[in-house]
Design a protein around this ligand. Structure first.
Ligand code: FAD
Length: 278
Protein backbone atom coordinates (compact mmCIF):
# COMPACT_ATOMS: atom_id res chain seq x y z
CA UNK A 1 0.00 0.00 0.00
CA UNK A 2 1.49 3.43 -0.88
CA UNK A 3 2.45 5.57 2.13
CA UNK A 4 0.22 8.38 0.89
CA UNK A 5 -2.94 6.24 1.12
CA UNK A 6 -5.19 6.83 4.15
CA UNK A 7 -4.20 4.66 7.09
CA UNK A 8 -6.52 1.72 7.77
CA UNK A 9 -8.57 1.66 10.98
CA UNK A 10 -6.26 1.00 13.97
CA UNK A 11 -6.01 -2.64 14.95
CA UNK A 12 -3.54 -4.98 16.58
CA UNK A 13 -0.66 -6.45 14.60
CA UNK A 14 1.89 -9.00 15.79
CA UNK A 15 5.35 -7.40 15.99
CA UNK A 16 8.61 -9.12 16.89
CA UNK A 17 10.90 -7.85 19.64
CA UNK A 18 14.38 -7.33 18.19
CA UNK A 19 16.17 -5.81 21.18
CA UNK A 20 15.70 -5.06 24.87
CA UNK A 21 18.14 -2.73 26.56
CA UNK A 22 18.19 -1.67 30.20
CA UNK A 23 17.60 2.03 30.84
CA UNK A 24 17.64 1.96 34.64
CA UNK A 25 17.32 -0.77 37.25
CA UNK A 26 13.56 -0.86 36.62
CA UNK A 27 13.11 0.45 33.07
CA UNK A 28 13.87 -1.06 29.69
CA UNK A 29 13.77 0.08 26.09
CA UNK A 30 12.06 -2.46 23.86
CA UNK A 31 12.66 -2.31 20.10
CA UNK A 32 10.04 -3.89 17.84
CA UNK A 33 10.49 -4.64 14.15
CA UNK A 34 7.87 -3.24 11.78
CA UNK A 35 7.73 -5.25 8.53
CA UNK A 36 7.47 -3.32 5.27
CA UNK A 37 3.86 -4.38 4.72
CA UNK A 38 2.87 -2.69 8.02
CA UNK A 39 4.85 0.54 7.47
CA UNK A 40 1.64 2.44 6.70
CA UNK A 41 -0.11 1.31 9.91
CA UNK A 42 2.85 2.25 12.09
CA UNK A 43 3.64 5.70 10.72
CA UNK A 44 3.62 8.10 13.65
CA UNK A 45 4.70 11.46 15.01
CA UNK A 46 7.10 12.03 17.90
CA UNK A 47 5.11 11.96 21.16
CA UNK A 48 2.50 9.39 20.13
CA UNK A 49 1.89 6.05 21.86
CA UNK A 50 0.84 2.49 21.08
CA UNK A 51 -1.34 0.01 22.93
CA UNK A 52 0.25 -3.37 23.58
CA UNK A 53 -1.79 -6.49 24.26
CA UNK A 54 -0.66 -9.67 25.99
CA UNK A 55 -2.16 -12.76 27.49
CA UNK A 56 -1.04 -12.87 31.12
CA UNK A 57 -2.12 -15.91 33.12
CA UNK A 58 -5.05 -16.49 30.81
CA UNK A 59 -6.22 -12.88 31.00
CA UNK A 60 -6.02 -10.37 28.13
CA UNK A 61 -4.19 -7.27 29.37
CA UNK A 62 -3.76 -4.03 27.40
CA UNK A 63 -1.52 -1.10 28.28
CA UNK A 64 -0.37 2.03 26.48
CA UNK A 65 3.30 2.89 25.96
CA UNK A 66 4.72 6.03 24.41
CA UNK A 67 7.16 5.72 21.54
CA UNK A 68 10.51 6.82 22.88
CA UNK A 69 12.35 7.45 19.61
CA UNK A 70 11.49 9.68 16.65
CA UNK A 71 9.95 7.84 13.69
CA UNK A 72 12.50 5.36 12.35
CA UNK A 73 11.72 3.18 9.31
CA UNK A 74 11.14 -0.45 10.30
CA UNK A 75 11.32 0.11 14.07
CA UNK A 76 9.27 1.10 17.09
CA UNK A 77 10.95 1.92 20.39
CA UNK A 78 9.08 1.68 23.71
CA UNK A 79 10.32 2.65 27.18
CA UNK A 80 8.67 0.51 29.84
CA UNK A 81 9.14 1.22 33.54
CA UNK A 82 8.26 -1.55 35.96
CA UNK A 83 5.85 -0.37 38.64
CA UNK A 84 5.78 -2.17 41.98
CA UNK A 85 3.12 -4.85 41.65
CA UNK A 86 2.37 -3.70 38.11
CA UNK A 87 0.80 -6.50 36.09
CA UNK A 88 1.82 -5.69 32.54
CA UNK A 89 5.11 -3.90 33.22
CA UNK A 90 6.36 -6.77 35.40
CA UNK A 91 5.31 -9.28 32.73
CA UNK A 92 7.06 -7.19 30.06
CA UNK A 93 10.29 -7.02 32.05
CA UNK A 94 10.28 -10.74 32.72
CA UNK A 95 9.13 -11.94 29.31
CA UNK A 96 10.02 -9.57 26.50
CA UNK A 97 13.15 -10.89 24.83
CA UNK A 98 14.40 -10.76 21.23
CA UNK A 99 12.28 -13.10 19.11
CA UNK A 100 9.13 -12.73 21.26
CA UNK A 101 6.02 -11.61 19.35
CA UNK A 102 3.55 -9.12 20.90
CA UNK A 103 0.34 -7.56 19.63
CA UNK A 104 0.70 -3.82 19.08
CA UNK A 105 -1.94 -1.37 17.89
CA UNK A 106 -1.17 1.44 15.41
CA UNK A 107 0.17 4.62 17.06
CA UNK A 108 -2.17 7.35 18.21
CA UNK A 109 -2.21 10.42 20.48
CA UNK A 110 -2.17 14.20 20.35
CA UNK A 111 0.85 14.84 22.60
CA UNK A 112 2.86 16.14 19.65
CA UNK A 113 4.62 19.33 18.60
CA UNK A 114 2.67 21.53 16.22
CA UNK A 115 5.46 23.70 14.86
CA UNK A 116 8.00 20.94 14.25
CA UNK A 117 6.30 18.33 12.13
CA UNK A 118 8.92 15.58 11.85
CA UNK A 119 7.20 12.30 11.17
CA UNK A 120 3.98 14.10 10.44
CA UNK A 121 1.93 11.68 8.43
CA UNK A 122 -1.63 11.45 7.20
CA UNK A 123 -2.32 9.80 10.56
CA UNK A 124 -1.00 12.74 12.58
CA UNK A 125 -3.64 14.67 14.49
CA UNK A 126 -4.62 18.10 13.23
CA UNK A 127 -3.59 21.09 15.31
CA UNK A 128 -6.44 22.20 17.56
CA UNK A 129 -7.77 25.71 17.25
CA UNK A 130 -6.20 28.12 19.72
CA UNK A 131 -8.45 29.43 22.49
CA UNK A 132 -7.19 32.96 22.02
CA UNK A 133 -6.91 34.55 18.59
CA UNK A 134 -3.35 35.53 17.83
CA UNK A 135 -1.92 33.01 20.30
CA UNK A 136 -1.83 30.04 17.95
CA UNK A 137 1.43 28.13 18.32
CA UNK A 138 3.31 28.51 15.07
CA UNK A 139 2.07 31.99 14.24
CA UNK A 140 4.67 33.98 16.18
CA UNK A 141 7.62 34.95 14.01
CA UNK A 142 11.18 34.24 15.08
CA UNK A 143 12.75 31.22 16.71
CA UNK A 144 10.35 28.71 18.19
CA UNK A 145 10.61 28.14 21.93
CA UNK A 146 9.49 25.07 23.80
CA UNK A 147 9.44 23.99 27.43
CA UNK A 148 8.97 20.40 28.58
CA UNK A 149 8.47 19.26 32.16
CA UNK A 150 8.60 15.50 32.73
CA UNK A 151 8.83 13.20 35.71
CA UNK A 152 9.94 9.55 35.85
CA UNK A 153 8.68 7.49 32.91
CA UNK A 154 6.92 10.65 31.70
CA UNK A 155 10.15 11.41 29.84
CA UNK A 156 9.36 8.66 27.32
CA UNK A 157 7.32 10.71 24.81
CA UNK A 158 9.32 13.85 25.60
CA UNK A 159 12.67 12.47 24.39
CA UNK A 160 11.52 12.05 20.76
CA UNK A 161 9.70 15.39 20.82
CA UNK A 162 12.86 17.17 22.02
CA UNK A 163 15.01 15.33 19.50
CA UNK A 164 12.66 16.01 16.58
CA UNK A 165 12.23 19.68 17.47
CA UNK A 166 16.00 20.25 17.69
CA UNK A 167 16.81 18.26 14.56
CA UNK A 168 14.03 19.63 12.39
CA UNK A 169 14.12 23.30 13.34
CA UNK A 170 17.62 24.83 13.45
CA UNK A 171 16.24 27.88 15.28
CA UNK A 172 14.28 26.02 17.96
CA UNK A 173 15.20 26.42 21.64
CA UNK A 174 13.93 24.04 24.27
CA UNK A 175 14.09 23.92 28.06
CA UNK A 176 13.65 20.46 29.56
CA UNK A 177 13.03 20.02 33.29
CA UNK A 178 13.22 16.33 34.21
CA UNK A 179 12.29 15.26 37.73
CA UNK A 180 13.31 11.97 39.37
CA UNK A 181 13.92 10.66 42.86
CA UNK A 182 17.61 9.81 42.34
CA UNK A 183 20.13 9.77 39.52
CA UNK A 184 19.61 6.00 39.25
CA UNK A 185 16.02 6.61 38.20
CA UNK A 186 16.89 8.86 35.25
CA UNK A 187 15.70 7.15 32.06
CA UNK A 188 17.47 7.93 28.76
CA UNK A 189 20.31 9.63 30.67
CA UNK A 190 22.82 8.98 27.86
CA UNK A 191 20.41 10.03 25.09
CA UNK A 192 19.70 13.30 26.91
CA UNK A 193 23.41 13.92 27.53
CA UNK A 194 24.09 13.29 23.82
CA UNK A 195 21.39 15.77 22.85
CA UNK A 196 22.87 18.34 25.22
CA UNK A 197 26.31 17.79 23.65
CA UNK A 198 24.91 18.18 20.15
CA UNK A 199 22.81 21.24 20.93
CA UNK A 200 24.57 22.99 23.83
CA UNK A 201 23.05 26.41 23.17
CA UNK A 202 19.57 25.34 22.10
CA UNK A 203 18.80 22.72 24.77
CA UNK A 204 18.70 23.72 28.45
CA UNK A 205 18.56 20.47 30.43
CA UNK A 206 17.65 20.55 34.12
CA UNK A 207 17.71 17.33 36.11
CA UNK A 208 15.86 17.79 39.39
CA UNK A 209 16.35 15.02 41.98
CA UNK A 210 13.91 14.93 44.85
CA UNK A 211 15.87 12.53 47.08
CA UNK A 212 19.50 13.10 46.15
CA UNK A 213 21.53 16.25 46.66
CA UNK A 214 22.77 17.96 43.50
CA UNK A 215 25.36 20.76 43.28
CA UNK A 216 22.66 23.39 42.69
CA UNK A 217 19.96 23.73 45.38
CA UNK A 218 17.59 24.55 42.53
CA UNK A 219 18.01 21.01 41.26
CA UNK A 220 17.52 19.34 44.61
CA UNK A 221 14.24 18.45 46.31
CA UNK A 222 10.64 18.25 45.30
CA UNK A 223 9.55 20.33 42.32
CA UNK A 224 7.11 22.79 43.82
CA UNK A 225 5.81 26.11 42.56
CA UNK A 226 8.77 28.01 44.02
CA UNK A 227 11.35 25.80 42.36
CA UNK A 228 9.48 25.85 39.07
CA UNK A 229 9.45 29.65 39.16
CA UNK A 230 13.14 29.77 39.98
CA UNK A 231 14.15 27.41 37.18
CA UNK A 232 11.89 28.78 34.48
CA UNK A 233 11.96 32.38 35.60
CA UNK A 234 15.65 32.74 34.82
CA UNK A 235 15.40 30.99 31.47
CA UNK A 236 12.17 31.74 29.71
CA UNK A 237 9.40 34.26 29.54
CA UNK A 238 6.24 32.15 29.58
CA UNK A 239 4.52 34.45 27.10
CA UNK A 240 7.30 33.81 24.58
CA UNK A 241 6.99 30.03 24.71
CA UNK A 242 5.24 28.50 21.70
CA UNK A 243 4.49 25.11 23.17
CA UNK A 244 4.58 23.46 26.59
CA UNK A 245 4.79 19.69 27.07
CA UNK A 246 3.95 18.20 30.45
CA UNK A 247 4.15 14.49 31.19
CA UNK A 248 4.21 12.80 34.57
CA UNK A 249 2.00 12.21 37.58
CA UNK A 250 -1.29 14.09 37.75
CA UNK A 251 -0.15 16.30 40.63
CA UNK A 252 2.90 17.53 38.70
CA UNK A 253 0.82 18.27 35.61
CA UNK A 254 -1.74 20.08 37.78
CA UNK A 255 0.99 22.13 39.48
CA UNK A 256 2.57 23.25 36.21
CA UNK A 257 -0.75 23.92 34.50
CA UNK A 258 -1.83 26.03 37.47
CA UNK A 259 1.39 28.06 37.36
CA UNK A 260 1.08 28.57 33.61
CA UNK A 261 -2.53 29.66 33.91
CA UNK A 262 -1.52 32.16 36.61
CA UNK A 263 1.20 33.47 34.28
CA UNK A 264 -1.40 34.02 31.58
CA UNK A 265 -0.21 31.25 29.26
CA UNK A 266 -2.79 30.35 26.67
CA UNK A 267 -4.29 26.91 27.27
CA UNK A 268 -3.93 26.07 23.58
CA UNK A 269 -0.15 26.21 23.91
CA UNK A 270 -0.06 23.51 26.61
CA UNK A 271 -0.15 19.79 25.91
CA UNK A 272 -0.03 17.15 28.60
CA UNK A 273 -0.01 13.38 28.73
CA UNK A 274 -1.08 11.43 31.80
CA UNK A 275 0.08 7.85 32.21
CA UNK A 276 -2.84 6.95 34.44
CA UNK A 277 -6.55 7.30 33.93
CA UNK A 278 -6.95 8.77 37.44
C1 FAD B 1 -1.03 7.44 26.88
C2 FAD B 1 -0.19 6.63 27.86
C3 FAD B 1 1.16 6.47 27.62
C4 FAD B 1 1.94 5.74 28.51
N1 FAD B 1 3.27 5.61 28.27
C5 FAD B 1 4.04 4.92 29.13
C6 FAD B 1 5.46 4.78 28.88
O1 FAD B 1 5.98 5.26 27.89
N2 FAD B 1 6.18 4.09 29.78
C7 FAD B 1 5.64 3.53 30.90
O2 FAD B 1 6.36 2.90 31.68
N3 FAD B 1 4.30 3.65 31.16
C8 FAD B 1 3.51 4.30 30.29
N4 FAD B 1 2.16 4.40 30.53
C9 FAD B 1 1.59 3.68 31.68
C10 FAD B 1 1.30 2.24 31.28
O3 FAD B 1 0.23 2.21 30.33
C11 FAD B 1 0.84 1.37 32.47
O4 FAD B 1 -0.22 2.01 33.11
C12 FAD B 1 1.98 1.11 33.44
O5 FAD B 1 3.02 0.40 32.81
C13 FAD B 1 1.43 0.29 34.63
O6 FAD B 1 0.84 -0.87 34.13
P1 FAD B 1 0.96 -2.24 34.94
O7 FAD B 1 0.06 -3.24 34.30
O8 FAD B 1 2.37 -2.64 35.14
O9 FAD B 1 0.42 -1.84 36.38
P2 FAD B 1 -1.06 -2.11 36.94
O10 FAD B 1 -1.19 -3.56 37.26
O11 FAD B 1 -2.05 -1.52 36.03
O12 FAD B 1 -0.95 -1.31 38.27
C14 FAD B 1 -0.67 0.10 38.26
C15 FAD B 1 -0.27 0.49 39.66
O13 FAD B 1 -1.36 0.31 40.52
C16 FAD B 1 -0.98 -0.54 41.59
N5 FAD B 1 -2.08 -1.45 41.82
C17 FAD B 1 -2.53 -2.43 41.01
N6 FAD B 1 -3.56 -3.05 41.57
C18 FAD B 1 -3.80 -2.42 42.75
C19 FAD B 1 -4.73 -2.61 43.78
N7 FAD B 1 -5.68 -3.54 43.74
N8 FAD B 1 -4.67 -1.79 44.84
C20 FAD B 1 -3.73 -0.82 44.92
N9 FAD B 1 -2.81 -0.62 43.98
C21 FAD B 1 -2.84 -1.40 42.91
C22 FAD B 1 0.26 -1.30 41.14
O14 FAD B 1 1.09 -1.58 42.25
C23 FAD B 1 0.89 -0.35 40.18
O15 FAD B 1 1.79 0.49 40.85
C24 FAD B 1 1.36 5.14 29.65
C25 FAD B 1 -0.01 5.29 29.88
C26 FAD B 1 -0.78 6.03 29.00
C27 FAD B 1 -2.26 6.18 29.28
Amino acid sequence: MPLTAPRPRPRFHPLTVVAVRPLTKDAVEVVLAVPDELAREFTHTSGQYVTVRADIDGQEVRRSYSLCAPPTPGELHLGIKRGPGGLFSTWAHENLRPGQVVDVMSPTGTFTARRSARGATPSAPPAPAAATPGATPGERPGPSRYVAVAAGSGITPVVPIVRSVLEDDPDAHIVLVYVNRTSEDVMFADDLADLKDRYPTRLALHHVLSREPRPAPLHTGRLDAEKLHAILGTLVRPDLVDEWFLCGPADLVRLVRGELAAAGVDDGAIRHELFTTA
